[in-house]
Design a protein around this ligand. Sequence first.
Ligand code: SF4
Length: 320
Amino acid sequence: MSVLHVVSVSGGKDSDATLFLALNRYPKSRVIPCFADTGNEHDAVYEHLDYLEAALDIKIVRLKANFERQIARKRLFIARDQRTGRDDRGRKLRWSNKSKRRALEALHPTGNPYLDLCMWKGRFPSRKAQFCTQELKRDLLVNFQMDLVDAGHRVVSWQGVRRDESLNRRNAKLFERLNPRLYAYRPLVDWTAQQVFDYLRERRLIPNTLYKQGMSRVGCMPCINANKNEIAQIAARFPGHIQRIAEWERLVCAVSKRGFATFFNKELHTDKGNDQHVHATNCIESVVDYARTTRGGKQYGLFESHIDVSECASAYGLCE
Ligand code: SF4
């Protein structure tokens, strides 16, 4: 029985350093770098994966979720829906004929995991219902590792997690036994972000270029948890991503029962009972407008609305 080291690669600095540590410690034949493609990535992520493959002479396994089956089942469900009754706000529970027609026309797999997931669910993920991480990343990686376990290997899952990254991660363990033949190893738990950059620099590995373009982390572009400044940076530097989200909102609205769905859930509204109002204040265009303002959203910022896209805006001072 061999021990395999599966490294979760995201295109960010922490997973770069983790991968480098694994390759330094074990032969390449026992290290399997894995990337879960959400379909909501910046091109710089794919370019960085190509760069890693060339620089380290490795092959990164690229995983991608597929929701064709779930979408086919949902189409059947909508077409046959006959439920009666009302929800706690007195709204009809069943799909109206109009909403059925609208949804069935739009609800087809696109091949983009993020969009297909949201169309299947009829909504976007939110901080309280962060199903994107589970469906697009965690499940894929766990299934991949369990297949190796079932094939008779012991598997060590290398994860580039740092305790100072967020409150959720403050208790992350260095080593953990997840099941009799699957272990988690997090070699960076006590590192700071700056230590990671220093480590990469010393080994002449170039971090993802997104760090020089205002992004403090590499992940979905945008992430549902992006803060005001990140949204303003994305809108200024990568407007195509904002347009794509606007198109996704149109499609997910079309397949949702009430006809409303927004990518961000920023609570920019007070009237939660009025879907139309909530949608108008939370849709991507409104959130971008809000992100360009200062002082609680009341005043347009002199800096945020005039971001110089040619300048390095790295939150880590990479150009210092
Ligand atoms: S990066 Fe954000 S949007 Fe993407 S899967 Fe993670 S939580 Fe969801």
